[in-house]
Design a protein around this ligand. Structure first.
Ligand SMILES: *[C@@H]1O[C@H](CO)[C@@H](O)[C@H](O)[C@H]1NC(C)=O
Ligand SMILES: *[C@@H]1O[C@H](CO)[C@@H](O)[C@H](O)[C@H]1NC(C)=O
Ligand SMILES: *[C@@H]1O[C@H](CO)[C@@H](O)[C@H](O)[C@H]1NC(C)=O
Ligand SMILES: *[C@@H]1O[C@H](CO)[C@@H](O)[C@H](O)[C@H]1NC(C)=O
Ligand SMILES: *[C@@H]1O[C@H](CO)[C@@H](O)[C@H](O)[C@H]1NC(C)=O
Ligand SMILES: [Zn+2]
Length: 434
């Protein structure tokens, strides 16, 4: 009896101290997205800081975005862990095929009716479990979900410069102070480069290499700032993107697509979003669906789909919002509607199986293994990894932690010890009271 009491006292001593989340599974998490950072952009530029990250953390060879390789759809898959057909953010533009409403991307960022379709983004799920979260320019962060907003939100205005390195550093300082001084648990930070340069100049232009060097310096600055704020042991960081980038094919190299050559758009379609790179959508006028489908089936350098017949692997067929006809151009082609007014030299929106659409993934921090080259995976599996890192219960999602979990260090033993102490305590108490 006496020895049992002694054990009881020891166990109560060990288990009695309340645990902060940082001592258990949950650490702080920073998710950084560099828009349009193709998986191989670091391979033809000197990137000392990203090279250092390979030694200090995890580098996936590449990550595959969901089909619909565009900014809003792909970011929202990352932050919800849901396929695009489920979360229904099916374009960068908000649209209504009945009213012909089209809202440009930046203006959608605070329009909750575009984002709030049921699936909950990580910020809200984390907040509902007691965490403090923030979004710095991250797509979807500016909307409300079931009336609930993200604890702290900054939304990027239209016309905001994407490439101001001084501002990039200030944003990092701001985010670090949120973690260190205000005890935020999750912050998502978005940068509009290298997407902007990729569109304007093309992925092979020297300016793209220039912006990768700038991003590399920024990553160096981030690591230094993490140390300066005393966050080395409590903050995990994931750096990723939303899609890649490919060179747009132009005359005289190719005959550019002009869809009106194959079907009379005005007569056959009541709604369209075309002239937006490689991904196009159409609502046929009543009774015209077959005609539209047949006409586009004969057009070269693209694939036309009836929405409901899209391959299952696209995870788009069940979308309510997508119109009945979806057109995907072959890599590098733009879907011009009537005239060639399109100026981009680089674009995305193509099939997510194309290597040019794949994107980067890097991670480091106290929970990650070091010097680990990780095989490619689908970005849908980032969501359960983030929940694991934060120590929260995920919402319903389409990812699988088993794909990404082996990036993490084996479970830290101290928590298991505490759990077994508690179990031991319970069994001793049972013994006393039985
Ligand atoms: C489109 O607008 C109409 C008219 O305002 C509205 O009834 C309908 O619900 C809208 N559709 C969608 C998908 O939001
Ligand atoms: C870049 O950002 C800094 C800090 O916000 C600002 O002072 C500066 O004017 C900006 N430069 C340009 C060219 O916009
Ligand atoms: C934090 O990590 C950085 C990068 O690895 C390192 O240079 C720095 O010395 C670390 N700081 C502390 C206080 O451990
Ligand atoms: C585009 O289509 C034309 C006509 O079918 C074909 O000859 C050409 O090879 C295609 N171009 C590319 C780059 O696939
Ligand atoms: C994705 O997850 C949702 C929620 O669990 C589920 O309803 C849906 O069927 C899943 N989609 C696929 C393709 O498994
Ligand atoms: Zn883009």
């Amino acid at each position: 009896m006496r020895s049992e009491l002694l054990v009881l006292v020891l166990v109560v001593g060990a288990a009695g101290k309340p645990l902060s989340r940082a001592q258990t599974d949950g650490k702080k998490l920073l998710l950084v997205s560099f828009d349009g950072f193709r998986w191989d952009y670091d391979q033809d530029v000197d990137t000392p800081n990203m090279d250092q990250l390979v030694q200090d953390g995890v580098k996936a060879k590449y990550v595959t975005p969901p089909f619909l390789t565009m900014t809003s759809p792909s970011h929202f898959t990352t932050i919800t862990g849901r396929w695009v057909e489920d979360h229904e953010v099916v374009h960068n533009m908000m649209f209504n095929t009945t009213t012909n409403l089209k809202v440009p991307h930046k203006k959608t960022l605070t329009r909750s009716e575009w984002w709030d379709n049921g699936p909950l983004p990580l910020w809200i799920t984390a907040q509902n479990q007691g965490l403090k979260t923030a979004s710095y320019y991250f797509p979807g962060g500016g909307a409300n979900y079931g009336g609930q907003s993200v604890n702290r939100v900054l939304v990027e205005e239209s016309g905001h410069p994407d490439d101001n390195e001084t501002e990039w550093r200030q944003n990092i300082d701001t985010v670090m102070s949120w973690f260190a001084e205000e005890d935020f648990d999750l912050v998502t930070l978005y940068y509009g480069e290298p997407d902007n340069v990729g569109h304007a100049k093309g992925p092979d232009h020297p300016d793209r290499k220039q912006i990768i060097r700038q991003i590399d310096r920024t990553i160096g600055y981030l690591r230094e700032a993490i140390g300066r704020h005393g966050l080395n042991d409590s903050l995990n960081v994931i750096i990723t993107s939303d899609h890649g980038m490919t060179t747009v094919k132009k005359r005289p190299e190719v005959d550019e697509i002009i869809l009106n050559k194959y079907l009379n758009l005005l007569q056959l379609a009541s709604f369209e979003i075309l002239d937006y790179g490689g991904f196009g959508i159409l609502t046929p006028r009543p009774g015209k669906e077959q005609e539209v489908y047949d006409a586009l089936s004969n057009a070269p350098n693209l694939t036309v789909y009836r929405k409901h017949q899209m391959p299952q692997s696209f995870h788009l067929a069940h979308s309510q919002r997508l119109p009945p006809i979806v057109v995907v151009a072959d890599l590098g082609f733009n879907l011009n509607s009537r005239f060639i007014v399109y100026v981009n030299k680089g674009d995305h929106g193509y099939h997510n199986g194309e290597m040019d659409m794949k994107m980067i993934f890097r991670a480091f921090g106290p929970s990650f293994r070091r010097n680990l080259l990780f095989p490619p995976f689908d970005s849908i599996h980032t969501y359960p990894l983030m929940c694991k890192l934060l120590g929260i219960q995920p919402a319903l999602h389409n990812g699988s932690l088993s794909v990404t979990q082996s990036m993490l260090l084996p479970h830290d033993g101290s928590k298991q010890l505490r759990v077994s102490s508690v179990l031991l305590l319970i069994s001793i108490l049972r013994m006393f009271f039985s």
